[in-house]
Write a protein that binds this ligand. Structure first.
Ligand SMILES: [Ca+2]
Length: 514
């Protein structure tokens, strides 16, 4: 009997040691182009790149509904928005649902989340959580703890989230493997970096995308209704930190009252002496506008530069903090047995089509960066070209932990492909459905299918279709819907879309494709 108990204890201990720890890091609106492992034109991100160098980089990772809350609900449930109920940022996530963290917890993992949550209801399935209310704040952020109380933390959000993550790691129960979610608020609008990075980036000349000055005339209704133009919709004061005092006497540039209120709210949170020093850095922008009074293309040129300088400076701080977290794993002998995932909740327009924000099914916003490092399981420096999607994250994490994937999850485990057991995953078409119209940036509802080569999008409120050849037109500028040479492809893609809607059980707006 004693021997049997000893054997059981030993085998349990052995099993628990074999199971990997998992750290899932997700930034907010961090586009792959702002990571040097993908694109060296804008910024160097040596620490994020380290995950790719020591693990795998995905070249075709996509979301299924390019907006914050819904992506987070898909991460938890492994389901599309029509199944998990979180179609837009206004919905409250039903926290009684069975989620991946709950299954990990039941399977013997210790679970925690720190940072952005944005699902309105409180987290469930976590042994420990500390979340930002809503979008959260960059400076002196408020944080809600498990007791339900909200306190203000001194410092900068990205640093604080990292500190909170390592503090929890320090005091976790080391007899269990852990799942830790580190969800950064950065680099979400209103992009704001610590002073040292503002100084580093505010004189940088950023290359312009080919479509920055694109005339959207000739494109569909959705393009005309959107309000995500850098020139028209990005605010000079709250977004680009121009002190309103410089603009009050320039009628064409005079800020509206909301912009001024936001500007003051943002700056008032920055403690001195940083506030004065940041204002001094940004004074240049106001002086330039006062002097040149730029308009049209000229104004867009400046706004783009300032947007990117601020966005990239905010990313630089994320990179520094990823470095801190990876160092912590090294120092605490956790690197070897920890699967580290880095991603963003979706891509972000960095001036393509003259836009900022996300939402669209176009590749810029449908794509997200994705890296995984898992020593002895993933070959360092691998590149994975499979089309993967947010629905795959929960099944992958469960599978890596040796926990059964429930039937309601709609994604696939990526463990076989990252460990080289199966190079190709059995999927060649991705389904997409975006719902949040008449809220921020007014992008019309649409759904569609992304294949290996072609993409079909249907803006159903206006009955307009778009078809793109991603091989010859990766920037998705030439709608082939009326091209005689593409009618056969169009027919196939429509059938594919119908079949995906059946496969994933999305019968809302049934009949709209007929
Ligand atoms: Ca986001």
């Amino acid at each position: 009997m004693r021997l049997l108990v000893l054997f059981l204890l030993l085998s349990f201990n052995c099993f628990s040691q074999q199971r990997p720890n998992i750290i899932y890091i997700m930034s907010d609106d961090h586009d792959a182009d702002a990571i040097s492992a993908y694109n060296k034109k804008f910024i160097r991100t040596p620490n994020i790149d380290r995950i790719a160098k020591e693990g795998v980089l995905f070249t075709r990772s996509f979301v299924s509904n390019s907006i914050c809350g819904p992506v987070r609900a898909t991460l938890l449930t492994g389901q599309f928005s029509h199944k998990n109920g979180m179609r837009d940022n206004r919905t409250r996530f039903d926290s009684s649902r069975i989620t991946m963290p709950k299954l990990m917890q039941q399977g013997g993992y210790q679970t925690a989340i720190v940072g952005k949550w944005h699902l309105h209801s409180y987290p469930t399935g976590f042994d420990h959580w500390k979340i930002l209310p809503g979008q959260g704040l960059y400076f002196e952020p408020r944080i809600i703890s498990m007791k339900g109380d909200t306190s203000t933390y001194h410092g900068y959000a990205t640093d604080i989230i990292t500190e909170e993550a390592t503090k929890w790691l320090d005091r976790r129960d080391t007899s269990k493997p852990f799942l830790l979610h580190v969800h950064h608020k950065a680099p979400h609008r209103y992009f704001f970096a610590p002073v040292k990075y503002i100084e580093q980036f505010h004189n940088k000349k950023i290359p312009e995308p080919a479509t920055l000055y694109l005339d959207t005339a000739g494109h569909g209704t959705a393009w005309h209704l959107q309000t995500m133009s850098i020139l028209h919709d990005m605010k000079l004061c709250s977004d680009l930190k121009v002190d309103p005092k410089y603009l009050m006497n320039i009628p064409e540039l005079k800020p509206d009252s909301t912009d001024i209120v936001y500007y003051n709210a943002i700056f008032n949170r920055i403690p001195e002496p940083d506030r004065s020093s940041i204002k001094k850095n940004y004074a240049k922008r106001g002086e330039l506008l006062q002097r040149l009074k730029p308009a049209g293309k000229e104004l867009l040129k400046y706004k783009y530069q300032w947007y990117m300088q601020d966005y990239l400076a905010t990313v630089a701080s994320i990179d520094e903090n990823i470095g801190r977290l990876l160092d912590y794993l090294d120092k605490n002998d956790l690197t070897k047995n920890t699967l580290v995932v880095y991603t963003s909740d979706q891509g972000m327009y960095l001036g393509e089509n003259g836009w900022f924000d996300k939402r669209w099914m176009y590749d810029v916003s449908m794509q997200s960066p994705l890296f995984m490092r898992w020593p002895e399981h993933i070959k360092p420096g691998s590149v994975n070209t499979n089309m993967v999607q947010t629905i795959d994250y929960a099944p992958t994490i469960l599978d890596a932990a040796g926990i059964e994937i429930p039937g309601f999850m709609q994604g696939l485990s990526l463990v076989p492909t990252i460990t080289d057991k199966e190079k190709i995953i059995p999927r060649h078409n991705l389904y997409y459905h975006f719902y949040e119209y008449k809220a921020d940036h007014t992008v019309l509802q649409h759904l569609g299918v992304r294949g290996e080569r072609y993409k079909l999008i249907y803006f159903y409120p206006v009955n307009e279709w778009e078809l793109y050849d991603l091989e010859t037109d990766p920037q998705e500028q030439k709608n082939l819907i009326n091209s005689p040479a593409h009618q056969e492809i169009l027919k196939q893609m429509k059938l594919e879309l119908l079949s995906l809607r059946n496969k994933y059980d999305d019968h809302e707006k049934a009949g709209i494709l007929n």
